[in-house]
Design a protein around this ligand. Sequence first.
Ligand SMILES: CC(C)(COP(=O)(O)OP(=O)(O)OC[C@H]1O[C@@H](n2cnc3c(N)ncnc32)[C@H](O)[C@@H]1OP(=O)(O)O)[C@@H](O)C(=O)NCCC(=O)NCCS
Length: 156
Amino acid sequence: MKKTEDSNVILTEIVFPNDTNPIGILHGGKLIQWMDTASAICSQLHSNKICVTASIDNVVFKKPILLGDIVTIKAKVTRAFNTSMEIFVEVLSKKIDDNTPLVTNTAYFTFVALDKDGKPSPIQELIPSNDIEKEEYERALLRRERRKDDIYHKKK
Ligand SMILES: CC(C)(COP(=O)(O)OP(=O)(O)OC[C@H]1O[C@@H](n2cnc3c(N)ncnc32)[C@H](O)[C@@H]1OP(=O)(O)O)[C@@H](O)C(=O)NCCC(=O)NCCS
């Protein structure tokens, strides 16, 4: 059994010209790559196994991230199931001359742990430690049910 804090990940990046569209906004695909990297590390710290991305839902782009911004990507496990786990990712962005970070993006990633043959492999349970973590833990089950209901998830 593990706690959320055992696998929390904080990744920091800066937006370079190569990462933006023609009006200086960070490309969505680049941001998702950073979010995927942070959540992959998080899932592997929780499971101590190689993990792959199974799904990404509810990627929200609340505010644009601009050229030169400092971007912090935070990833934490909300719940571990049998071989899969849900990771919540929150992105904060700030200007170099402003100390107040803004929450710009959020998303839920599902990762599956694999064994040496590349097959889904059982993982440790997550024990939520405070009220916010307990609420996320409960809601993760509902989100999992919704995902399972998706036609493309059902299709083999
Ligand atoms: C993810 C993957 C390993 C699942 O394999 P599978 O044979 O479908 O496995 P199963 O049906 O036995 O499901 C295993 C777990 O994955 C979960 N899962 C499978 N598809 C999922 C999806 N679309 N969304 C969320 N969870 C999913 C299942 O709910 C199950 O969770 P549980 O063990 O905690 O109950 C497989 O679909 C795969 O390899 N996908 C490609 C991954 C990839 O290339 N990612 C990008 C590179 S990292």
